[in-house]
Design a protein around this ligand. Structure first.
Ligand SMILES: O=P(O)(O)OC[C@H]1O[C@H](OP(=O)(O)OP(=O)(O)O)[C@H](O)[C@@H]1O
Ligand SMILES: O=c1cc[nH]c(=O)[nH]1
Ligand SMILES: [Mg+2]
Length: 213
């Protein structure tokens, strides 16, 4: 099942708070970070462990550590930056790759304007972060870029997904799992998720567009 709706009560509660129409930029950023931490926790639950012996206060002791996994977090600009710190709180040694895409308001197609990837993508788990999976055009384009560079373990973390985007993502990349905090009803005629969050990028950056909030 490539799209996993996280049912944890904390996640569901926080997504509900994010939907308040008059939410402040500060509160939206804080909640986005908190949801990102919880999604990262869920999406890493199968990371393998290995035993190592450390010097504990009581003497040599065998403990678990994550087995040599290299991770790159991939925020999709701009809105993905709002989730970056939350994921890094959980995986502080992760490297960061950045993809810049902006949806054309008429065609809804993602327009590519920036990319900077870390090396050794063939050996890394990529955790793509973007609050919104609407048509999934931006997510599919980012996965295409990662796969072209040899990345094989690709996971996506989103806060709200539309059924249309889920279907498109499952068709284009059935091997990629996507964790979402909510699956919403549908897209409106402008490609916005209903009920959704409005324009997540504008809310995180404080560039509120009165027509989409
Ligand atoms: O699934 P899609 O139909 O591609 O839509 C989702 C994309 O749209 C939003 O970004 P936007 O293009 O508005 O850019 P921004 O983050 O700079 O605001 C959002 O953050 C996703 O990247
Ligand atoms: O609902 C949506 C769809 C795309 N981008 C957003 O920020 N919100
Ligand atoms: Mg936007």
């Amino acid at each position: 099942m490539p799209v996993i709706a996280v049912a944890h009560p904390l996640v569901r509660h926080k997504v509900g708070l994010l939907r308040e129409a008059d939410i402040s930029t500060k509160k939206f950023r804080e909640l986005t970070g908190e949801v990102a931490r919880l999604l990262a926790y869920e999406a890493t639950s199968d990371f393998p462990l290995e035993k190592v012996t450390i010097n504990c206060w009581s003497g040599p002791t065998e403990v678990d550590q994550i087995a040599g996994r290299k991770v790159t977090v991939v925020p999709i600009l701009r809105a993905g930056l709002g989730m970056l710190d939350g994921v890094l709180d959980m995986i502080p040694n992760a490297k960061i790759s950045v993809v810049g895409l902006a949806r054309d308001h008429e065609t809804l197609q993602p327009v590519h304007y920036f990319e900077k990837f870390v090396g050794q993508l063939d050996q890394r788990t990529a955790l793509i972060v973007d609050p919104m999976l609407a048509t999934a055009g931006s997510m599919i384009a980012t996965i295409d870029l990662l796969k072209r560079r040899g990345c094989k373990d690709i996971r996506a973390l989103v806060m709200v997904a539309a059924p249309e985007g889920i279907a498109a993502l499952e068709k284009a990349h059935p091997d990629v799992r996507c964790w979402t905090a909510a699956v919403d009803s549908h897209l409106n005629e402008d490609g916005y998720i209903i009920p959704g969050l409005g324009d997540a990028g504008d809310k995180i950056f404080g560039t509120k567009d009165e027509t989409t909030r």
